[in-house]
Design a protein around this ligand. Sequence first.
Ligand code: CA
Ligand code: CA
Ligand code: CA
Length: 431
Amino acid sequence: MFSRKFCLIMALMMLMPFTNALYASPLTITTDKQTYYPGDVIYISGTTEPNSDITIQLYNPSGTMVDIDYKVSSANGYYSISFKIPLKIPTGSWTYGTYTVRAYSVGQIKNTTFTLSAITDSTPPTITSISPGEGSTVSVLNPIISIIYSDDIAIDFSTVKIVLDGTDVTSDATITSTRADYIPVTDLSEGPHTVYFEVKDLSGNKASKTWNFTVSLPDFLPPVISSFYPPNGSILNIRTITINATYSDNKAVDPYSVTLKLNDSAVNMSSITPTSLTASVNLTDGVYLATLSLMDTSGNMATMNWTFTIDATPPTFSGNILNNNTVFQSKEVNFTISVSDNIALNMSSFSMKIDGASVTPSINATSVAYSGTLSEGSHTVVISVMDMAGNLASKAFTFSVALPSNYTIYIIVAVIVAVIAVAIIFILKRV
Ligand SMILES: [Ca+2]
Ligand SMILES: [Ca+2]
Ligand SMILES: [Ca+2]
């Protein structure tokens, strides 16, 4: 029993140096680095007595406490604790310079120091992608505008600025340390748009980019041909004419698609623009089918067909009465004149004057018949008519009315008497 007590005391005495060392463990404090930069994490570790409270304080170069934290040491007396340095300096009381780290534990105080240095960064951020792409065309009115960026050290995304068509839209954008996205709040107009973007790194190095894109909705509407010359159904009395047409589209007409044909033959045009064409042509008399076709820049086609007539040839007259040698042996005068045209007559324009006075003949589609009572002697007739193109034909001619003379009547009576006499003699001889 006694020897057992002795043994226990001996054992405790043998352990004494270790237990003394354990409980008398001095407070230590170490930082993992001597120099830190904005955004870094400071790892602090050390030893104190096991299971003991430790308070760590950070003091800036002016002696102002910028952070504090508490820990309980492990059963071995070890502790570790970390502090995050803000990305942007200065922030609050965080400034560049030499900091003091102070540890309190079980009545002991221990200090160490570290330096907070500015990052040496002269490289601006990199804008790695933009959307919509530079010079691209999008077919929606509210395309997402996205910019992806990075920096060799650290982006300061609070400096992001997005300007769309001169308006700062940054406040409506979603911005992170790697990208900014903006969806137009109101629909964009069709046409070109300009984006300006800028961002800085934490050292103030700036990257910026300006680019354009175009909004263009799908186009299903064909162009509209709004006017053309000559008009449909028109009859022209000239052979050299200038054909023209105007057209438009909700987007744009492709000038290279414009074709004009006359009776299926392509016409060389003197001018083609996105809104009009002109073509000077020298034509022969006839009826023409004009075919104009054109496309917009999306391939929608518009076609217009119309007809017009060229007639530069006046009508013609025919009939013996025109020969200037007709003699009527009666005052009752009848004559007919035929009228013709290479294209189409306008018989309602026919006029006839006899001896300067207008008369009204009987007019049908291709001829005119005059019937009237005239005095003996020579008469002058002037006739005129136009074709449907307005070409005028006119002609003057004369004829005369000459009744048989009295002498002639006597001869006729004598001949009749002689014939009758011969007939009587012949009959008497037979009897
Ligand atoms: Ca940088
Ligand atoms: Ca169109
Ligand atoms: Ca004619």
